[in-house]
Design a binder for this molecule. Structure first.
Ligand SMILES: [Zn+2]
Length: 372
């Protein structure tokens, strides 16, 4: 029983050595981070030239001694364990362990002596202590440590100068209409609704949304969530578009009004939920889409006619750059012409404001043909 206990102890000590011996890290003068990293990332640094090479050789030898000693102790321990009461076997194992321990002590003494004689080769600072180890230049040791993951994108907080002063009205889209508009102010004639997430070609993109006071919208379901988030439910009934096109749309509606035409919109900005729930997706497709959505990138899935309904994440309505005008030609062909005063006016004038009709839907106008 007693013998067995000692044998177990030897095996445990051997295993502990296996873990602890190979660590003999140090930082010598003039260490460059990339050299440290190329030896062993984040744990070893060595000086340049001969010092560095000597240090590496010493480390390899230390590791070799450690590995050999550990293997020897473990084997001897197992021999001891399995020897039953064979006295000569036990004696052999004991003497081998004794020799190994003497060997380790001898190597440790030699190592300490070398460290004292050649301080550029071995230094005794603890590399895992969290402070710059050895003689590493300030900051270089830190640069080797593992970095925390960088935080993901976060929306620009709303209300940071989202509206422009009078005199800065625009009649054309600002830059690429579908690009992030979180830092583009709403035209002074429109109302800032803050920054919200929208989608551009399957990729989540942040847009500042603006309510257009001179363009009524009969379909508010697609952007009620935006209005509610902005605390402005009293604006429902007005078109909502992103701040890159809000001024152009206001100008377009004002120009039509001057010509005696009142533009009226159906769907303008649409939420992800609206586009998703109008695509006839199966429940498993919906689950897959909802999971993808969290990653900020979604695949094209929609079970409706692709010409008439874009997959969720891919509609120009989701970037706040599209307007469906009221469909007064309900019984007419999808492509038009729809011969009402509003549509005649739009056909003739919308391009002056960066908008054009989508060929498959006479009611849908967006910025796809606009060149900044
Ligand atoms: Zn549309």
């Amino acid at each position: 029983m007693k013998k067995r206990f000692w044998a177990y102890l030897v095996v445990v000590i051997g295993a502990a050595l296996m873990v602890s011996i190979p660590v003999s890290a140090a930082c010598a003068p003039a260490v460059k981070p990339e050299e440290c990293a190329s030896i062993l990332p984040g744990t070893w640094c060595r000086g340049e030239g001969l010092w560095g090479i000597l240090g590496i050789i010493l480390d390899i030898m230390t590791m070799g001694v450690g590995v050999l000693a550990t293997i020897g102790i473990v084997i001897s321990g197992i021999q001891w364990l399995t020897s039953r009461d064979n006295e000569s076997q036990v004696a052999k194992a004991k003497s081998r362990i004794f020799n190994i321990v003497i060997g380790i002590l001898f190597w440790a003494l030699l190592w300490l002596l070398l460290g004292w004689l050649l301080p550029g080769v071995i230094s005794f600072e603890d590399p895992t202590g969290g402070t710059p180890a050895g003689d590493c230049p300030p900051g270089e040791w830190e640069s080797l440590q593992p970095k925390p993951p960088s935080p993901g994108p976060s929306p620009t907080p709303p209300g940071d100068g989202g509206t422009l002063p009078p005199g800065s009205e625009t009649s054309l889209p600002i830059g690429n209409p579908k690009a992030d508009s979180s830092n583009i102010a709403c035209d002074p004639r429109t109302v800032d609704l803050g920054v919200h997430d929208g989608w551009n070609n399957g990729v989540r993109t942040f847009y500042r949304m603006c309510s257009i006071p001179n363009l009524s919208s009969t379909t508010t379901a697609g952007y009620m969530a935006v209005l509610q988030k902005a605390g402005k439910t009293n604006l429902s009934g007005k078109a909502v578009l992103n701040s890159r096109v809000a001024g152009a749309v206001y100008s377009m509606a004002a120009a039509a009004k001057a010509d005696g035409i009142t533009l009226t919109a159906g769907s303008t900005f649409r939420s992800f939920e609206w586009q998703r729930d109008n695509c006839n997706l199966s429940s498993s497709q919906k689950d897959r889409l909802n999971a993808q959505r969290l990653t900020g990138k979604v695949d094209r899935i929609c079970n409706k006619d692709s010409k008439m309904m874009a997959p969720p994440g891919y509609s120009n309505h989701q970037s706040g750059t599209a307007i469906d005008f009221t469909r007064s030609c309900n019984n007419g062909p999808a492509k038009g012409p729809c011969n009402t005063a509003m549509y005649r006016w739009l056909k003739a004038n919308s391009t002056r404001f960066g908008f054009s009709q989508y060929v498959n839907e006479y009611w849908h106008y967006d910025t796809r043909n606009f060149k900044p």
